[in-house]
Design a protein around this ligand. Sequence first.
Ligand SMILES: [Zn+2]
Length: 367
Amino acid sequence: MVTRVDLENTYEKAKAAVAAATSLQQLDQVRVEYLGKRGKITSVLKTLGRLTPEERKEIGQVANKVRQNLEGDIKEKQEELSSEEVIKRLAAESVDITLPGREHVYGRRHLISQVIKEITDIFLGLGYKVAEGPEVELDYYNFKALNTPADHPARSLQDTFYIRKAGAHPADNDIVLRTHTSPVQIRVMKSQKPPVYIIAPGRAFRRDVPDPTHSPMFHQVEGLAVDKGITFGDLKGTLEEFSRQMFGRESQVRVVARESFEAGIAEGGQQIRLRPHFFPFTEPSAEVDVRCFACGGVGCRICGSGWLEILGAGMVDPNVLIEVGYNPEEVSGFAFGMGVERIAMLLYGVPDIRMFFENDLRFVKQF
Ligand SMILES: [Zn+2]
């Protein structure tokens, strides 16, 4: 049987638990423990019926008093804790203006995109338009229409990624990952009449094992001009102007003294040099060297001779003009192409082409 002393002890314990509660949740646990349906005080009140009238009167009074007191204690503590929690929350939400601000991280163009934009901007300034075409290309646009016959080495399985149709004979491969951006020239000429002044920047693919200077995926910018009376002189003048804007400045990779650099530029004057070459889709063709922007043309470890090989170019082969429905008696044109990675490597001193595609932020963030 429960005595008055038991009840008073229970109340003391409950009171201490209420005082010790540090959160509303803890306080509620105390309430349930003592005043809940199966709480320690509630169960005493439930057994009152089994007592004698005298006992019932005494214990009942004490138990009710204990319940009321405890309820009062809990309510008081509840108010105290609520206001404390409000204060805590307000403190957490307030702004500490002495803290340093959060830094915004800005993205940037990849070096390859930057160089493509630089090249593109120069030609846009010369009146060219940007043209694009598919990266997965038909053999016809990539090779045949560009005067590249079936037995040309560029078409071998060792050089080109072919996309084979299921069950097709290997000889019937007619879909390739484009090996250059030149098929864009064919697509543009087939879709419009001359005059044409376009540049085609984009990705190209070749079956190369990656090494410091080779990557199976790389970027090119090709240019094409077709109009009445276009001559080799126009080609030379265009490339001369492009090279002056693109490379005729002091590069980040200057390896000789400023005086020698300026002397080289002043003495040479000439910005580009053309050497006879062969491409299937241009005739005559030339490889174009640009005066070394690291040494001004006096010769250094990057160029050796003072010249850097940057471009391939030539007059559009009449066979190509005929293929797209142009009349080579009426119009003529020139085309040129350059590798973006090579230019970026030379301009910014990047030693390995694979660094462009490894996505190492320590590298990418430098430019
Ligand atoms: Zn040099």
